[in-house]
Ligand binder design. Structure first.
Ligand code: PEP
Ligand code: MG
Length: 932
């Protein structure tokens, strides 16, 4: 839980020469390997590997991630030896290409690209055409026989270098480009002739000088050094940090920089550049999925400036040879990497080059389909298929889709960039989205095109709509990664962010208007007016298949926390194997019942008869609730937790409601106020709640136990099996459990006698206070099962109030004092230790003691893995997290099998790990010990 140190790996020892640069290129000279992602980043390791595999990769070298770490640790100073090593490697690239860096006649141009261990789309910076200057541009023109291309490349360098390295806002360059195009009466960049581009270069240089204060550097090495620094700096930039935060990327020191010989997609109409996935990252379908632009360079495709062409339908029309080569590449990449690849390519005068490949980001829907199909194709094993699907990503599949029967008015269509149904009000900037979501609104973020700085707003939005850009534009890629529905490139949508209007076909929508969007609709994503109703998700197709496979591997059972027959039903459909927690108090908040509850509470402390009278009115309600749940669970175990919250939570706190309550009970307002006052507690979470209520007012427990047992009898009589587990909340001592157990048994026996019917039931306890955990061997003598209430156990172990921790916990996370919120993901080092200890102590007394967890952590994949490893019998979570927990449990089982030595330590059944204290009496062999 606690981070030991912010620095993951120490900087290289002083004085010792460190290898910082790894070459890749022809003739067995490649120094990197596929498994060197930590040091070379994902892109660097894969460039080395693709080169080794004989794929056409332009020669280059990778500067290590450690160098970036060292650079930032040293206060943003490049290591002294770095540039000498870079120069030596440039010499190798010169040899491989037959060109010379800085040469006026035969210039070698370089690209510098970032590449961390984990891909961070749009987060880091790229500079192309490094090495161009006034002399080299002429050399390039002569060499390529294409002066236009040379000046196009030059203006791109000045723009990219000025923007990403020196921080000159891109729009200053854009402004000049538009001015030159307007002067010359052309619309597209590609329509500008050489003279036009020469003018653009001159204007760009002026923009550069005006904003930077010095001339654009003509020395290639100086350009490269500055570009390397800029990439290293961007690692610590706000948007990169935010991306890592959102994606929980930790323990990585920095990004690598990949420097590579330039190849050109903008050398004419026989050149192109593109990006592609080996399968559809949106649906998972096994088809080539890519886009390309003829006579274009690098970032044009992802930037969404020109709308690219679909490779599948257009590439063969342009070049059959290139299309065939790309299909071959698809096969080769998947066979080698055994996963979907997201790759970039450039075709220079008809010759194909690979610029990068990496595992493709995909939607949850695609991840599931790809995992299932690749396992069926025997490209991967079933276990690998299961491990490929991130349990928490299933959340995307469990959420509603639009009701097919609902009336919808389609107001726009665009690319189906990220599937799912989203409904919300319109926000026009990322900041606006963040602010309004913080105020509780549901928002659709509407932008011409998103950019990396929008990441925060994109993260909180229900859905994203853009008016430009393709399937691989920033909005599309990031939305898919986040699982946020997105319709991209809806060209008929006119967005005016300043005026906060969205105009479609003459109609104007503003920030208070609702729109709905479906980012998975085929063949086009759709935008609808207003709020379209949704329907629940179903577990079918590949999703059902992966769940089935998960069940084959997992050993941990998955139950649900459900308080109503409807929730129980939903959970059963998602595969719940029982109920791990029914919070009975939720049943009392119903308007019909709250009155009787209040009547019960308002009875004076000594007025046992008054309380019993009110409780008698609540009994039939409770019984009916339990019958409904038992029937829904059809014989699966149902754990019912007796009343837990402090009583004052049920009372009205404003005078109007207090008066109404008093009137209905024949009490004065003053009397009601007085009782409310009496029930006030300074520290209710540590006050009169949990089993303390039952100890002071046993009649509450009697009513609830009676309702449970009568419901079980009625269910049995209706021919349906049921297995109630009566659970005591917040116990801390064996004596409490003993006292309450006697009343429980007496009450149950009375019902059996009255109804002449016996049913099985169990009596157990929650482990929610540290004392219960450390004396679990004593509690296990009375309790027949344990259920870890890790919400309260976390609260009481840390001493962090569940209700108040929101004020300071975010600061703890931000400052990395805590790695994550312990209320969301179990604190393995502290709370987990108590859980582990309690399981061992309990099973030391009762080797078969059933142990589960019902706190929020039961649906958190990390915590589920922990629960598997400490040998719990089940986890219990909210209905919609049941599939997530099933998959997480399978992950845990597979990982434990793959690393038996590591997990065996903690996973051992507790029986012999820790003996119960000798003086504790052996548990009496009670009849109920047999119940399961
Ligand atoms: C718990 O404390 O973990 C628990 C499940 O109970 P509640 O959240 O109702 O306090
Ligand atoms: Mg609790």
């Amino acid at each position: 839980m606690f981070k030991q140190s912010k620095q993951v790996k120490p900087a290289a020892p002083k004085g010792k020469a460190v290898k910082r640069v790894y070459f890749f290129g022809p003739g067995n000279q490649t120094e990197g390997k596929a498994d060197m992602k930590d040091l070379l980043g994902g892109k660097g390791a894969n460039l080395a590997d693709m080169t080794t595999a004989g794929l056409p990769v332009p020669a280059g070298f990778t500067i290590t991630t450690d160098t970036c770490g060292d650079y930032n640790d040293a206060g943003q100073v490049l290591p002294a030896s770095l540039m000498a090593e870079v120069r030596a490697n440039i010499a190798k690239v010169e040899k491989a290409t037959g060109k010379k860096f800085g040469d006026a006649k035969n210039p070698l141009l370089l690209a510098a690209r970032s590449g961390a261990k984990f891909s961070m789309p749009g987060m880091m910076d790229t500079v192309l055409n490094i090495g161009l200057n006034d002399a080299a541009v002429d050399g390039l023109a002569k060499l390529s026989g294409n002066e236009r291309f040379a000046y196009d490349s030059y203006r791109r360098l000045i723009n990219m270098f000025g923007d990403t390295v020196m921080g000159v806002d891109h729009h200053h360059f854009e402004h000049e480009l538009s001015a030159v195009k307007a002067d010359r009466g052309v619309e597209l960049d590609t329509d500008l002739d050489t003279d036009g581009l020469k003018e653009v270069v001159a204007r760009y240089k002026k923009v550069y000088k005006d904003h930077v204060g010095s001339d654009f550097p003509s020395d290639g090495l100086q350009q490269l050094e500055a570009a390397i620094e800029a990439v290293f700096k961007s690692w610590m930039g706000e948007r990169a940090i935010k991306y890592r935060e959102i994606n929980d990327i930790r323990g990585v020191r920095g990004t690598a920089v990949n420097v590579q010989a330039m190849v050109f997609g903008n050398m004419g109409d026989d050149s192109a550049t593109g990006v592609a996935f080996t399968r559809d990252p949106s649906t998972g379908e096994n088809v080539f999925y890519g886009e390309f632009l003829v006579n274009a360079q690098g970032e044009d495709v992802v930037a969404g400036i020109r709308t690219p062409l679909d490779c599948k339908t257009e590439m063969a029309k342009w070049s059959v040879k290139s299309w065939k080569e790309l299909l071959e590449v698809k096969k080769k990449l998947e066979t080698r990497y055994r996963d979907v690849q997201d790759f970039e390519f450039t075709i220079e005068k008809g010759k194909l080059y690979m610029l990068q490949t990496r595992n493709g980001k995909r939607t949850a829907q695609a991840a599931v389909r790809i995992a299932v199909e690749m396992a069926k194709e025997k490209l991967i094993t079933k276990e690998e298929g299961i491990l490929r699907v991130e349990p928490s990503s299933l959340d995307q599949l469990l959420h509603p889709t639009f009701d097919p029967k609902a009336d919808k008015t389609v107001i726009a269509t665009g690319l189906p960039a990220s599937p799912g149904a989203a409904v919300g009000k319109i926000a026009f900037t990322a900041e606006e989205a963040e602010q309004r979501v913080a105020q509780g609104e549901k928002i659709i973020l509407v932008r011409r095109e998103t950019e990396p700085a929008d990441i925060g707003g994109m993260h909180v939005a229900e859905g994203i709509l853009t008016s430009t850009g393709g399937m691989t534009s920033h909005a599309a890629v990031v939305a898919r990664g986040m699982g946020t529905p997105c319709v991209a490139g809806a060209g008929m949508v006119h967005i005016d962010a300043a005026a906060r209007t969205l105009k479609i076909a003459g109609k104007t929508y503003g920030p208070d208007d609702y729109i709905s969007l479906d980012g998975g609709k085929s063949p086009a994503g759709e935008v609808y007016e207003g709020q379209v109703p949704t329907v629940d998700a179903a577990l079918t197709g590949a999703f059902a298949q992966i769940m089935k496979w998960a069940d084959e591997f997992r050993t941990l059972k998955v139950r649900t926390n459900a308080d109503t027959p409807h929730d129980a039903d939903v959970a059963r459909n998602f595969g719940a194997e029982g109920i791990g927690l029914t919070r009975t108090e939720h049943m009392f908040f119903d308007p019909e019942r709250i009155h009787n509850m209040r009547e019960m509470i308002l009875a004076g402390a000594a007025d046992v008869e008054g309380r019993k009278k009110a409780l008698a009115k609540l009994l039939p309600y409770q019984r009916e609730d339990f019958i409904g749940i038992f029937k829904a669970m059809k014989g699966l175990p149902v754990t019912i937790r007796l009343l837990d919250p402090p009583l004052h939570e049920f009372l009205p706190h404003n005078e109007k409601d207090q008066k109404a309550l008093g009137d209905s009970l024949g009490l004065s307002l003053e009397a009601v106020k007085q009782r409310v006052q009496q029930l006030h507690e300074s520290n209710p979470m540590l006050g009169h709640r949990g089993d303390r209520l039952a100890v002071t007012y046993p009649e509450i427990l009697e009513m609830q136990v009676r309702a449970i047992i009568e419901a079980a009898v009625a269910t049995k009589k209706a021919g349906i099996k049921c297995l109630p587990e009566i659970m005591i909340p917040l116990a801390g001592t064996k004596a409490e459990l003993d006292y309450l157990k006697k009343i429980t048994i007496d009450t149950a026996e009375a019902v059996f006698k009255e109804t002449k019917t016996r049913v099985e039931y169990m009596y157990g306890t929650m482990i929610e206070v540290p004392r219960a955990a450390v004396t679990a061997d004593e509690l296990a003598q009375t309790a027949e099962f344990f259920s870890f209430g890790t919400n309260d156990l976390t609260q009481m172990t840390f001493g962090y109030s569940r209700d108040d921790a929101g004020v300071f916990l975010p600061e703890y996370i931000k400052k990395e004092i805590l790695e994550r919120d312990p209320f969301q993901s179990l604190d393995v080092g502290g709370v987990g230790k108590l859980v582990d200890m309690a399981v061992k102590l309990g099973r030391g007394v009762k080797p078969d003691l059933k142990c589960g967890i019902c706190g929020e952590h039961g649906g958190d994949p990390r915590s589920v893995e922990f629960c598997h490893n400490v040998g719990l019998n089940y986890v219990s979570c909210s209905p919609f997290r049941v599939p997530i927990a099933r998959l997480a449990a399978a992950h845990a089982a597979i990982k434990a099998k793959q690393a038996p030595a590591k997990s065996a330590k903690s996973a051992k059944p507790a029986a012999k790990a820790s003996k119960p204290a000798a003086k504790i009496a052996k548990p009496k062999a009670k009849a109920k010990a047999k119940r399961k």
